[in-house]
Write a protein that binds this ligand. Sequence first.
Ligand code: SF4
Length: 741
Amino acid sequence: MSLSRREFIKIGAGATAAVGLGSGLVTQWWGLDNNPIPNPNTEGDRIVPTFCELCFWKCGVLAHVKKGPDGQERVVKITGNPDHPLSRGKLCPRGTGGTGLLYDPDRLKQPLVRTKSKRGEDIFEAVSWETALDEVAAKLMKVKEEHGPEALALFSHGFGGSWFKHLLKAMGSKNIAAPSYAQCRGPREVGYWLTFGSGIGSPEAVDAEHARCIVLMGSHLGENMHNTHVQDFSRAIDRGADIIVVDPRYSTAASKARHWLPIKPGTDIALLLAWMHVIITEKRYDADYIQKHAIGFDELKKHVEAKTPEWAYPITGIRPEKIRETARLMAGAAPATLIHPGRRSTWYGDDTQRERGKAILAALLGSWGREGGYLIPSKMSVQPYPDQPYAQTPKAALDRVKEGLYPLADETLASGLCDISVPGEAAMNLKGWIVYGTNLIQSLPDYRKTVKAIQALDFIVTVDVLPAEICGWSDVVLPESTYLERTDDLWNPGYREPFVAMRQQAVEPLYQSKPGWWMAKELANRMGLAAYFPWKDSLEYVRERATRSGLDFDTLQAKGVVKGAVVPTTEEQGLTLSFDTESGKIELYNQTLKNLGFDPIPDYYPVEEPPAGSFRLITGRAPMHTFGRTTNNRFLSECYDENEVWVNADVAKGLGFKNGDRVILVNQDEVRSEPISLRATQRVRGDAVYIVHGYGHTAEGLKFAYKRGASDSLLTTNYKVDPIMGGTGMNVNFVRIEGVA
Ligand code: SF4
């Protein structure tokens, strides 16, 4: 049965509105006065295949371009690329709303340089590109000469950041980080790597489509609109797969589930151990698979011996019979049982161990490298452009204030680069930041610390499309073209089907915005690094890479993607499993952790409880928004324009609040939110409150999103750092609720 777009979107909470949005996008609003496209149903004059940047999934899209009555070409709509493995012709609601970013009237329109004002006062002068780039090059060179290249850092989010990564390495610095590691998927990567010798990666190669049982732990598929995952999840539901959702909140996914386990926040490891207990003591694990592939089973068996469902019940709040029933359900469907890896795994600071617990459970079920479980991805190889090698051997990244911290981090920590920029925290401080496409005020925990770090810098430049909060704290702001206005590097991720995708320019950049490749090349020219950017433009660069790789560039341009030969991804398809761990086996017991003083098998430790009268703040997503950067998008906001706080209905009543009341959330550090509407509901536990992430912007330039809803980021002033890999657990903030007079 083919899946229609309507069926796909129906999974999300905003189903009806999102479908309406899909047909309204092309006609209603341009952000340009009196300039409508004459035929709203047009397919356009030409179609440009490229890939989306409304989120990290990077689906293949078709940009439909038409010349308007003023002679200017515009993108009239965006549809899914049927040839692209990550979209299969369909997009999530956000992807279709990419024109809302392109034609956002609040876009940064020209380079800005801070006048004599202080950082954070948001007073800038519009200048020419010559002036702005001269200033940036001079300031970066000054930092390099006075403090060495290792005093420079790049924070990057988004695919266009590759040009600036190259620039920073050419300057001699390795301080390159994305908040998507230490603030999001890092613990998951390390937990799975310690167990299977391989992280999950992005996009996640899991086989939800063929799973007979899917377990979501705090993962909100359907609200987190990772396109292909949601398509596969939808198919699994249609086929009658059993869904088990573990979440303090009754999410959209929970509404599709056979079992919703409203777990007490912070107790997931106890549930995982109790599940393992049932599966091992009842001999429901995949004994052949474990015998063949794993080490440490005896230690694991002993470890979970006393971790009975009765032990877990008072900890988790999940009844013993429910724990047994769900464990048996998982084992009955194995190996086609997908313990879904989720994505944002930075919750309580014990996150690597929880993720390892999920990996160990998956191993007992024999689902790694098996149909309906985890697929072993493959990727196409793409040759590099023949650049000059980096002149200096850059020092290791400076992202730990003390030696020996977070010994198993395998990427640079964005929060660590911030820490080391705060005076007094380390022997040497970073002095210059380049910020590409990431609003650090919202993406790093404790904005007060981020501001402290920024105030101590010699120089900070931000490259972005919209005037987010971080721009106000910058010395120079460079307006970047949107993904629909630029050609970026080639992308060849590891995935279930190997492919190479190309992002290509659909229309001319609006205003004075420029693509990142151009900025990086111009800066390199000014800093004596022109040899690292010898190509004329990004098109010449990607053509050379494609040609050297033996790819058909004409097809790549015409289709936006070329696919490689299909290779086996599971044992059932003939793949021989191998594990890049110390032992060469799946490590149920991990000696590396033991040697470093950590638990070799995850154990449960209680987390801090909210004080009386306060509630744990938990967050999630709306299907039409990604992060704070989409909440200014007028198109997407037609479906969901402001977050609300979910409060358990009995709790709300006890506090004297009713549905729709305007309230303020006040956290443990007396940080106060903007007013937000209260939603009294039985869909959330009484000890937690829930809001959608990304609202409550304080940047006045974001005219639509400014002070709309409440910001979970501003309320996240507390965090617990994972001692294994430095991830920042952020579900450790508590709020009380005050009425608005
Ligand atoms: S999942 Fe949606 S927003 Fe993300 S890349 Fe795909 S279409 Fe774009």
